[in-house]
Design a protein around this ligand. Structure first.
Ligand code: ZN
Length: 164
């Protein structure tokens, strides 16, 4: 297990479409383990393989229970509802923007051994699934925003959330 360097916006690896994972071998397991270490170290809620420079369809998402889920070759199979809230990315450090996403999603993915499973997420987890899956097609959340939030706007939003 090891911490890998997180690629930041401007590196072309983040704009490329990732290839399907076809070998569920030791190399994949090491990648997933390293991604989990890297995500924990960065204190994030999701990480996609291209963010550590690997153009393969694999992501880690922290689910509603706070557990790290490994999703290999993930696909969205259901999207419903809508939510708008601040979103950030470990590859765009220190910045946030308001993004509208589905409020409830279901995904189908393979585990590290190649078995298919389904998972679902609401609210932040739904947002995270959508965000991470976009990375696999070379897209960043910044494509959905007009501008970044100011620190004051972000603080005001978070304060309002806490009052709810
Ligand atoms: Zn991201």
């Amino acid at each position: 297990m090891a911490i890998r360097r997180i690629v930041v916006q401007g590196d072309s690896v983040l704009n490329k479409r990732c290839r399907q994972v076809t070998d569920f071998n030791k190399r994949l397991h090491t990648l997933l383990d390293d991604m989990k270490d890297t995500l924990a170290e960065a204190n994030g809620v999701g990480l996609a393989a291209p963010q550590v420079g690997v153009l393969r369809r694999a992501v880690i998402v922290v689910n509603d229970e706070g557990e790290m889920m490994e999703l290999v070759n993930p696909e969205l199979i259901l999207q419903e509802g809508e939510q708008t809230g601040p979103e950030g990315c470990l590859s765009v450090p220190g910045k946030y923007g308001m993004v509208t996403r589905p409020d409830h999603v279901k995904v189908r993915a393979q585990d590290r051994y190649g078995s298919w499973f389904e998972a679902e997420g609401r609210e932040l987890t739904a947002r995270c699934f959508c965000h991470e899956l976009e990375h696999l097609d070379g897209h960043l959340y910044v494509e959905h925003i007009d501008r970044f939030l100011t620190e004051e706007e972000l603080e005001a939003y978070n304060a309002a959330q806490e009052e709810e």
